[in-house]
Ligand binder design. Structure first.
Ligand SMILES: [Zn+2]
Length: 140
């Protein structure tokens, strides 16, 4: 598309040169420069589009926070057996740590994260559950 537009402008520039119209030649030059700027902008928008598509694909690999504990799961974990560590999930950059099975302690029930070595209390959140947006974890 850009190639044929450039060719057409070059042809027009030659015609303008042949007829000796300097003003027309300058206007064609301006159109040519604008076309090249548009081409650069198109590449930039295309790059951004690819980046956003990748980010969207990454996001759809995980569920939203689910009750009763507000854990996030991989979408291929249909039975929700392996919750992700909320602290790692909310970290920047995001990490993926699978919580160990729940264990009872005198102060409650916890799940251990082998990635960040946190014992996540297994309680119903009193604040809104975690999201992909940056929020303060409820246990802090
Ligand atoms: Zn963790």
């Amino acid at each position: 598309m850009f190639g044929s537009a450039v060719t057409a402008l070059k042809d027009a520039k030659e015609v303008a040169k042949d007829v000796g119209d300097i003003e027309l030649k300058e206007k064609i030059g301006t159109a040519y420069d604008t076309l090249l700027e548009l081409k650069v902008r198109l590449y930039e928008v295309d790059d951004e589009n690819r980046r956003l598509k990748r980010a969207l694909e990454d996001q759809t690999k995980y569920t939203d926070p689910l009750p009763p504990f507000g854990y996030v799961y991989r979408t291929d974990d249909a039975e929700h057996k392996n919750p992700l560590c909320p602290r790692c999930y909310q970290n920047t950059p995001q990490k993926i740590g699978f919580l160990k099975a729940p264990h009872k302690a005198p102060t409650g029930v916890f799940r251990h994260c082998p990635v960040c070595s946190t014992n996540v209390p297994e309680t119903t959140p009193t604040r809104p559950p975690m999201t992909n947006k940056k929020v303060t974890p409820y246990w802090e």
